[in-house]
Write a protein that binds this ligand. Structure first.
Ligand code: ZN
Length: 201
């Protein structure tokens, strides 16, 4: 997959951490702003990258490894199948409005509810600004799956999971799907991997 020119390199050398699941309190409240850009943050971000890749995800938020800090990482194709990678602390998300606002419905999944997917309608473009783990300003424009990913990950940092954005019936279906395959995801997943995954967020 060709690399997009808006890509920023992801830190390497991190360790895989267990992924936190829906229902754990840190998944369901707004996280704290990142104010200190130190070695501890660099380690967290490198570990998040390793964890996202181990789980074959396209994005991961800090609360998905149990940490109350507003930062997410992503490694996700755009609508031209260019690979875009980056780290965003304290994201500010902008979505199209008026006649530029087009909803796209597609299957969505979440690493914190592994093995479950349902349709979710979201704007087909998104724009996010923030800073990376060194405090440098970053900006990403999302199309295709990346538009969805930037929205999904920013949602996580504000305590929203995509199950909150779908109708009750879809939410029940999600939980049922997850329960059916839950044995494939031990508590320390993706340190222990029993099931080969498609891309999830
Ligand atoms: Zn998610």
């Amino acid at each position: 997959m060709p690399e997009s020119e808006q890509s920023r390199p992801l830190p390497a050398g991190g360790s895989v951490r267990p992924i936190t699941r829906w229902g754990t309190p840190v998944m369901h409240h707004e996280l704290a702003e990142v104010t200190v850009f130190d070695d501890d943050l660099a380690t967290l971000v490198a570990d998040m990258v390793a964890t996202m890749h181990a789980a074959r995800g396209v994005g991961l938020a800090a609360n998905q490894v149990g940490v109350n800090r507003k930062v997410f990482v992503f490694d996700c194709p755009d609508d031209e199948d260019n690979r875009v990678t980056g780290v965003v602390c304290n994201p500010v998300l902008t979505l199209p409005s008026g006649k530029d606002r087009q909803l796209e419905t597609a299957d969505e999944g979440c690493l914190s509810l592994p093995g479950a997917f349902t349709e979710c309608a979201r704007p087909d473009q998104s724009h996010v600004t923030g800073v990376d783990h060194t405090g440098s300003p970053v900006e990403f424009h999302g199309t295709g799956l990346l538009a969805r990913c930037l929205q999904h990950e920013t949602d996580h940092l504000f305590g929203t999971v995509f199950g909150d954005r779908v109708p009750e019936r879809a939410r029940k279906k999600l939980n049922k799907q997850h329960q059916e395959v839950a044995d494939g995801y031990p508590d320390d997943w993706p340190i222990t991997i029993l099931v080969d995954e498609d891309a999830q967020e």
